[in-house]
Ligand binder design. Structure first.
Ligand code: NDP
Length: 294
């Protein structure tokens, strides 16, 4: 029996995208600026193709300019870097996103470091990562930003709450922990070497799971009433052979204990793309010396 409130990320993201769309229209009408998002996809990975298609479609729906660059799987690294150089200099492009993963001949760090930090809407550039870690003003990675918005909406002031972030990747776990620290939570980052993971999780008022392990977090790992944010996207086999997506949290057992929980799909995923559009809008405002919408 589900007892927890289901945090509807899909609906929240729809509202956010509509609001972003209104800001985009105002920006164009008042300042003749159309935010532009450039997405680079290398290779034919089916999941990446779906992500890129969704990002481009939602950018167009928000009436942003969307530029897509599809490069073959065998493309040499220099060609990718050349394209980024060109986009860095293009005034119609305010945000550049390189869809990961990249093929082995292309060094992801070199590619990310080549993006102009003020156009790095993924927030992965070391300057932006450093700004987040030191309390500065930079681009915040989209997935943790989306998680934070959902948390703030549900909890309001999070000061003093115990937060556990499961996972320490540069794109989710670490920036999520920095954001929660910025909200004055007491933050623990857990990972594959953490001893007694379940016990760490049971202390959490806020539990963010970003490990990439299907249904790893069970209800008995969760403090009664906790807010659970499930970042994981894992494809599992089903008897009919079609497969389905599940999170890192075992939804049914967790929902019987938690106070609120995000579903998969329909939780964090839609927020990630909405925050990408938000970062593109902010980047456009900053690059034109205009105030960033509140
Ligand atoms: P990574 O593989 O980069 O990082 C996974 C982290 O989980 C690592 O820190 C790893 O620890 C830790 N981990 C792995 N296994 C265990 C375990 N058994 N016990 C404890 N910790 C473990 O993944 P990402 O951060 O990129 O992504 C995490 C999940 O989030 C994935 O399912 C991904 O698909 C999803 N995702 C969803 C997004 C969305 O929009 N909803 C966006 C981005 C990611 P260690 O460092 O010690 O190896």
């Amino acid at each position: 029996m589900t007892m927890a409130e289901i945090i509807d990320g899909k609906r929240f993201a729809e509202h956010l995208r509509a609001e972003i769309g209104r800001h985009v229209v105002r920006l164009r009408e008042q300042h003749l600026v159309t935010p532009g998002l450039a997405v680079i996809l290398v290779g034919e990975d089916p999941a990446s193709q779906v992500y890129v298609r969704n990002k481009a479609r939602q950018a167009r729906e928000a009436t942003m300019a969307s530029f897509e660059y599809r490069l073959p799987h065998s493309v040499p690294q220099e060609k990718v870097l050349e394209l980024i150089e060109r986009l860095n200099a293009d005034p119609a492009v305010h945000g550049i996103l390189v869809q990961l993963p990249l093929p082995p001949q292309v060094d992801a760090d070199r590619v990310i470091n080549a993006i102009r930090p003020d156009k790095d809407i993924d927030g992965f550039h070391p300057i932006n990562a450093g700004a987040l870690a030191t309390g500065g003003d930079g681009m915040v990675p989209c997935t943790p930003l989306g998680c934070l918005m959902l948390l703030k909406h549900r909890l309001g002031d999070m000061s003093g709450l115990r937060a556990v972030v499961l996972g320490r990747s540069n794109i989710v776990g670490k920036p999520m922990a920095s954001l929660l620290l910025r909200e004055s939570c007491t933050v623990t980052i857990a990972h594959s070497k953490t001893r007694d993971l379940a016990e760490e999780c049971r202390r959490a008022d806020i539990l963010v799971a970003a490990v990439g392990r299907a249904r790893m977090v069970h209800g008995d790992w969760i403090k009664p009433g906790a807010t659970v944010i499930d970042v994981g996207i894992n494809r599992i086999e089903t008897p009919d052979g079609k497969g389905r997506l599940v999170g890192d949290v075992d939804f049914d057992s967790a929902a019987a204990v938690a106070g609120a929980i995000t579903p998969v799909p329909g939780g964090v995923g839609p927020m990630t793309i909405a925050c990408l559009l938000l970062n593109t809008l902010e980047a456009a405002c900053r690059q034109h010396g205009l105030p960033v919408p509140a």
